[in-house]
Design a protein around this ligand. Structure first.
Ligand code: FE2
Length: 194
């Protein structure tokens, strides 16, 4: 499903796997137990699944999106959660997909959930997702270097990001992103670890 979603968009290719690697590394740092890490892995891999239901022309548009186009893109957490509905995955996986664009201060989407009301696994994926989005090149902007992206996360602490998770990421980003350059380490985190 992840490959189907990323097949038409060269800009996001590999995004889901990188977000999963960062999320698991961050989850381990935050001392999640093995069951939570398994849920985190599935949820992170599938977090953007709903983009399969969004026109590719919107996802790869070079100009800024209009307000109504942005409203459509903002539906992807709901669409993704609906797609996995019949599979019977555990509720925390649904929460990750549905809540990965919620902000810690309540200014995110789709529901404007706030702070601890957002699943802690989703809050981890939010940091990992934003970091990868900032360090990847997109049609509408250049990518940031890892340090600048880490600083950006620090700057948006407590507004967009959970301060504990964001600080843990910033203080350790070099070791958290290390497996990305290493194919066997990435495979182990994605497929073999648990
Ligand atoms: Fe997303």
């Amino acid at each position: 499903m992840v490959y189907a979603m990323e097949a038409n968009d060269i800009y996001t290719r590999g995004h889901s796997e990188r977000v999963t690697v960062f999320s698991i590394m961050l989850g381990k740092l935050l001392k999640l137990d093995i069951e939570e890490l398994k849920l985190l892995r599935i949820g992170a891999l599938l977090h953007d699944l709903g983009k399969i239901g969004i026109y590719n022309s919107l996802l790869s548009k070079e100009q800024s999106l209009t307000l109504s186009e942005y409203e459509i893109v903002k539906q992807h957490p709901i669409i993704g959660e609906r797609i996995i509905g019949p599979i019977g995955l555990p509720a925390p996986v649904h929460d990750i997909i549905l809540q990965h664009h919620e902000w810690f201060d309540g200014n995110g989407y789709p529901y404007g959930k706030k702070g601890e009301d957002i699943s802690h696994l989703a809050r981890i994926v939010t940091v990992a997702d934003s970091y990868d989005a900032m360090t990847s090149q997109r049609p509408y902007r250049m990518n940031l270097d890892p340090y600048s992206a880490g600083l950006e996360i620090m700057d948006n602490m407590a507004t967009q990001f959970d301060p504990v998770i964001g600080t843990a990421f910033f203080n350790n980003y070099r070791s958290l992103i290390e497996p990305i350059e290493n194919v066997p380490a990435t495979r182990e985190l994605l497929f073999d670890l648990f």
